[in-house]
Design a protein around this ligand. Structure first.
Ligand code: TYM
Length: 327
């Protein structure tokens, strides 16, 4: 039997290269090896304020990017989180087994609360809902970027706590790191991760960017002192980040890149990287524009939610039985 993979992306902004390299491209690369469930996690998006119309548009847009990048809905389950209420149901139960102290130590929470005027309980409690997403489906592997690793640790802790008390209920999931690009950094601030909420749009390459936008963002991307194309996270964070992106999209090794660009300097490297990104994204963008207005996406998501619910119902019943809330 194939092992179960579960992952998701929040519809809280445009998808960028970090999301693609750290998550989506990995899902596609391993699609045939696993039994996959890919979710668009809209209930996570509303932990910070969202415009309702935009949220709806973005939810559909993310589904279209999943398919355009190569997720096959006949092979992998694809659905919107809020279409399966079992997520919030289990989320509540997991709240009762999650420590306030541990939630308070989550770096994403600490980071986000500084940037948000109104800090909701939802933002604080976000990892318990994420744990529910994962544990509902007996997930074995969670392919995500490095920024989500701490949330997976919490998921494991909560699952182990419940299993310890009630017997084996939940499968303990594992973090599945991407082959390259666990943490893609901003092109403007190489000490900060590329993010949907980054204030400077030049730091982020979106999947929807035009070739000219990509060329320009690369042209003005910050570099380090010197001009060697070498990986050195500590002393050359900017060029290290660009090499990582190049490597992830071209499949070339750092040694190959070193041989190819030795003595050529940053300008040529950045120009070539721009073309690598454009070539990689171009067929995905074409497919995206073909499907984004199609009604088939809604149907795919409805079917996906039904299939997800079929699996999660059994888990919810099992949990209800063991904790004593079923009649
Ligand atoms: P989100 O929407 O912030 O990001 C989606 C995915 O993209 C990865 N990612 C990155 N990877 C490398 N470099 C970056 N700069 C970068 N930025 C984002 C994230 O690690 C993620 O894999 N909490 C999750 C969504 C979620 C989820 C889940 C994921 C909710 N429930 C259950 C897996 C399983 C999040 O906010 O992702």
């Amino acid at each position: 039997m194939k092992k179960r993979v579960f992952s998701g992306i929040k519809p809280s902004g445009d998808l960028h290269l970090g999301n693609y390299i750290g998550a989506l491209s990995q899902w596609v690369a391993h699609q045939h090896e696993y039994d996959n469930i890919f979710c668009i996690v809209d209930l996570h998006a509303i932990t910070v304020p969202q415009n309702p119309h935009r949220l709806q548009e973005q939810t559909k847009s993310i589904a279209a990017w999943y398919i355009a990048a190569g997720i096959n809905p006949d092979e992998s389950i694809m659905f919107v989180q809020s279409d399966n209420p079992d997520h919030t149901y289990l989320g509540w139960i997991l709240n009762c087994f999650t420590g306030i102290g541990q939630l308070g130590r989550m770096t994403q929470y600490k980071d986000k609360k500084e940037k948000t005027e109104f800090v909701s309980v939802g933002l604080f409690d976000y990892p318990a809902l994420m744990a529910a997403d994962i544990l509902l489906y007996d997930t074995q592997f969670v392919p995500v970027g490095e920024d989500q690793k701490q949330h997976i640790e919490l998921t494991r802790d909560v699952a182990e706590r419940i299993n310890g008390q009630y017997g084996h209920i939940f499968t303990i999931p594992e973090y599945m790191p991407p082959i390259a690009g666990e943490r893609i950094m901003s092109l403007q601030q190489p000490d900060k991760k590329m993010s949907k909420s980054e204030s400077d749009p030049n730091g982020t390459i979106n999947l929807s960017d035009t070739p000219d936008q990509i060329r320009e963002k690369l042209r003005i991307a910050v570099t380090d002192s010197g001009n060697e194309i070498i990986i050195d996270k500590k002393n050359k964070p900017a060029i290290t980040n660009l090499i990582t992106i190049y490597q992830a999209l071209s499949g070339k090794t750092p040694q190959q890149l070193d041989a190819e660009y030795s003595g050529k300097g940053y300008k040529i490297f950045k120009q070539d990287l721009g073309e690598v990104i454009i070539q990689h994204l171009s067929p995905i963008q074409t497919r995206y524009s073909e499907i984004i207005h199609s009604k088939a996406i809604e149907k795919t998501l409805t079917n996906g939610a039904n299939k997800a619910k079929e699996i999660s119902t059994t888990k919810i019943q099992q949990v209800r039985n063991v904790i004593g809330i079923s009649q």
